[in-house]
Ligand binder design. Structure first.
Ligand code: AMP
Length: 634
């Protein structure tokens, strides 16, 4: 068979867009087939598979349960509480229907929001799928976020019901969720009518009378109840997921039903090469987009078993993930560079102790993959390491190598580059100030996507179409294109390299954080007058947050400075969560600003990373940067 090049395949996916996606849409079950593949009549919005009715839960669970009821669907392993459970497709469907029945009995229906604030336990998966089943919109908030972050998301999503648990566990330490949730509900203006509590018996709590419901008791009461799937028009909302941007207010990335299902089904085949009956293991968390797409929906839609893991990668030892690969015959694995860097600090022989012959590839995403990390894991595993670049907004990989497309010549990977634009994405590099397209190799520009975004990408910002347009589609002069807010560069062979963010978003251990949110939290401390937070390079986490604060009164001694620093960090822990805690809070008398008062973040970041801060002609007070330099040396 003669093979076509990937570049030709990609070009066809754009030139014959509707034919391409109509073909992909056959991968899922439709109750009513779509009448129109893509409605582009109102740019920059796009509507996929218009008129078709389908359901994510049906495609992820029911259709497999009907054919292969006893095959494993959800494998749950917790090294935190020392438990393992395997749910077949039939068992998973029963649990999902039970939870759906509980939701329905509480008056939750199509279009209602359900906020999920849970650790990595099977009930979290049941909760997401139960919402999808009845057409309720889920909004999962990462369990590592604390009360203030959670409160702002409660207010934005305005959920009818919240599903939570008494506690998570991290490294053997119980992390109580209920006090954080209660505090968040107190802070929020919107009050959910009901809170459904999963009691793991880890942290005792007192239920709020008239509001809190006990999942255990309701599960017994509703077990065995059947809840038919709600057939939803393809453009109905499946979920919102909050992500950080330039402003302090998080954006609810909103996704559809049909487009998402088709995009995931296609990616599971073309990109991941996953087959029904096999096992997929993603080490992410349901609080992140990878957890939505590649712990829950993607693998299940593809008919694979998905392995959900609660625990650290190094507990009981750094071989735990490989022992799971061996035990459950994992064929496709998905993780983040930061996790590999953690493993790399441990004995590589832990890896060799296990039979990893089932594993075909390891996919890594979420942050830049550095060469030493890529080489170490490639040598240790002896399987392809596939870097893939995407965002919460896109829902599935934007740049990678897709080596499972029939009739298409394989593409080799190149260290330092996640790869090439995926089918369906009209990716361009543009000059930031003129908006002109950069076509010559090795030029740095803003990575953008042309309208329409492919299926699976965000529909809009929840409740705020204007923000969707003004944030994503209005940053390049004279052109309505979607900005990724990442710098990119393409080499002569078409490999794209990611060169960092164009905005104030930082990436700590693969977690996306907005520096503004952290600044707002710190400046709320009574002793702090002003603060700047920047992301600086870190060997293990990729980046860490570093805060420079102007105190109302300079601490008199180093001990006093340390004490204030500890207070500020505690405030961040309690309000935003430990993920957002800066590695240091350094006190300065003045921040580097331009004469017009604009904070020179890039200069601050450069000095903190020991680089040349560049052109400083606009700097108002040259002493400001000198002070930072001296402090950092200290
Ligand atoms: P999130 O929305 O949390 O997935 O974060 C998306 C951002 O993470 C992107 O805009 C990039 O800045 C960064 N990112 C994700 N994957 C990669 C990758 N493979 N290489 C480089 N940067 C990445």
């Amino acid at each position: 068979m003669t093979l076509i090049s990937y570049a030709d395949f990609h070009a066809r996916s754009l030139a014959e867009r509707d034919a391409f996606w109509a073909e992909q849409a056959r991968r899922i079950d439709w109750q009513t087939p779509p009448q129109q593949v893509c409605d582009v009549s109102r740019p920059p919005f796009a509507r996929w598979f218009v008129g078709g009715t389908t359901n994510l839960c049906h495609n992820a669970v029911d259709r497999h349960a009907a054919k292969r009821p006893d095959d494993p669907a959800l494998i749950w392993v917790s090294t935190e509480v020392g438990q393992e459970r395997v749910y077949s497709f039939a068992e998973l469907q029963a649990e999902v229907e039970t939870l759906a029945a509980i939701l329905v009995a509480q008056g939750v229906g199509q279009g209602d929001r359900v906020l999920i604030y849970m650790p990595m336990i099977p009930e979290a998966a049941f909760a997401m799928l139960a919402c999808a089943r009845i057409g309720a919109i889920h909004s999962v908030v990462f369990g590592g976020f604390a009360s203030v972050s959670l409160a702002s998301r409660i207010d934005d999503a305005a959920p009818k019901l919240i599903i939570s648990a008494d506690a998570g566990s991290r490294g053997g330490k119980v992390v109580a969720y209920k006090p954080l949730l209660d505090e968040a509900i107190t802070l929020a203006a919107h009050k959910p009518a009901r809170v459904l509590m999963v009691d793991r018996g880890l942290a005792a709590f007192t239920p709020v009378a008239g509001r809190d419901l006990d999942y255990g008791a309701l599960r017994t009461a509703h077990h065995g109840q059947r809840v038919p799937v709600a057939w939803l028009e393809s453009n109905s909302i499946s979920y919102t997921l909050y992500t950080s941007g330039t402003t302090g207010k998080p954006k609810g990335v909103q996704r559809d039903v049909g487009g998402y299902a088709v995009a995931l089904a296609t990616s599971m085949d073309y990109i991941f090469g996953g087959k029904p009956g096999e096992t997929y293991f993603s080490t992410s968390d349901i609080g992140w987009v990878v957890g939505h797409s590649y712990i829950i929906y993607g693998p299940l839609i593809a008919g694979m078993a998905t392995l959900m893991y609660e625990g650290l990668p190094i507990n009981p030892d750094a071989g735990i993930w490989w022992s799971l690969v061996e035990k459950y015959g994992v064929t496709v694995m998905f993780s983040a560079p930061t996790a590999v860097r953690v493993l790399k600090k441990h004995d590589a022989s832990l890896l060799k102790r296990h039979d990893l012959s089932s594993l075909r590839a390891l996919f890594l995403a979420g942050e830049p993959l550095d060469e030493p990390t890529a080489r170490w894991i490639a040598e240790a595993l002896g399987v392809p390491i596939v870097d893939n670049y995407w965002q919460t907004e896109t829902g599935w990989p934007l740049l990678t190598v897709a080596n499972h497309i029939p009739g298409v010549a394989p593409v080799s990977t190149r260290f330092g580059s996640p790869g090439m634009p995926m089918y369906g994405y009209g990716v361009k590099l543009l000059d930031e100030s003129t908006g002109e397209e950069l076509t010559a190799p090795n030029q740095k520009g803003v990575l953008v996507i042309e309208h329409p975004l492919p299926p699976g990408a965000l529909q809009t910002v929840w409740g705020d179409d204007a923000r969707f347009v003004s944030t994503y589609w209005s940053s390049v002069p004279g052109r309505q294109v979607y900005s990724t807010f990442d710098w990119g560069m393409r080499d002569a062979d078409g490999y794209t390299f990611i060169l960092g963010r164009t905005d104030d978003v930082i990436n700590v251990a693969g977690h996306r954080l907005g520096t503004r949110e952290i600044e707002e939290c710190i400046s709320g401390h009574a002793a702090v007058a002003e603060v700047a937070v920047v992301g600086v390079a870190d060997q293990l986490k990729g980046q860490v947050a570093l805060a420079f604060a102007v105190p109302r009164e300079m601490p008199a001694t180093p001990e006093a400075a340390r004490a204030l620093e500890a207070q500020v960090m505690k405030r961040v822990d309690e309000q935003l969560g430990a993920v957002a805690r800066p590695s240091r809070v350094l006190f300065v008398s003045v921040l580097p600003k331009t004469r017009s008062g604009k904070l020179l973040r890039r200069a601050l970041q450069a000095v903190a990373e020991g680089r040349d801060p560049g052109d400083l002609t606009t700097l108002d007070d040259p002493g400001a940067l000198a002070q930072v330099t001296t402090l950092l040396r200290g």
